[in-house]
Design a protein around this ligand. Structure first.
Ligand code: ADP
Length: 171
């Protein structure tokens, strides 16, 4: 069973095999985690994303799916891009958010990654309430299979850290 850990920090500084990007379906960059990853990781990541758009993902990466590229200059081997759902108060999109974590881990396992760092997917620009996003994240990685040493959540601010800490304690 992998250790599930929490750190307060920046996803771009994690020394792990794979870091997960809260991407958008264009795969061509955005704000938040996505902007930080491309800024620090350099142009090689975007070059691979462009190739993916020119081949397998002509219409973009669908919400809930995941795909890997190089991590460029980041201290990781791979970036796994996943597209979280935009929060909706009218429609329950939890299954799509859970799918982001599950599919990222499936891709990580295929690559042979043993340590994976996740941001709190969908809880930024996409508006997902932090407490609920934390519960879904923790439950999904606990239930996912795979042979990992460490699954790390990287939380950008104290409220995010507290939400994940509470979700882990309640699980
Ligand atoms: P989304 O579009 O999926 O909501 P965002 O990148 O806007 O993704 O935000 C996801 C979460 O990541 C938010 O809680 C945000 O505060 C946090 N975040 C933003 N930048 C970083 C970073 N460099 N490292 C870790 N977490 C970050």
């Amino acid at each position: 069973m992998a250790a599930i850990t929490l750190v307060h920090g920046d996803i771009t500084e994690q020394r792990v095999d794979a870091v997960v990007n809260a991407a958008n379906s264009s795969l061509l960059g955005g704000g938040g985690v996505d902007g930080a990853i491309h800024r620090k990781g350099g142009p090689d990541i975007l070059a691979e994303c462009r190739q993916l758009r020119a081949s397998r993902y002509g219409k973009g990466l669908p919400t809930g799916q995941a795909v890997a590229t190089t991590a460029g200059k980041l201290p990781a081997r791979w970036v796994i891009h996943t597209v979280g759902p935009v929060w909706s108060s009218e429609e329950d999109r939890s299954a799509l958010l859970a799918s982001c974590y599950r599919e990222s881990l499936r891709v990580a396992a295929e690559l042979g990654a043993r340590t994976v760092a996740f941001p709190a997917i969908s809880t930024g620009v996409y508006g997902w309430p932090m407490d609920d996003g934390a519960r879904i994240a923790v439950r999904t990685v606990q239930e996912a299979g795979g042979d990992f040493d460490e699954l790390r959540f990287v939380l950008f601010d104290p409220p995010a850290y507290e939400a994940f800490d509470a979700a882990l304690r309640d699980s």
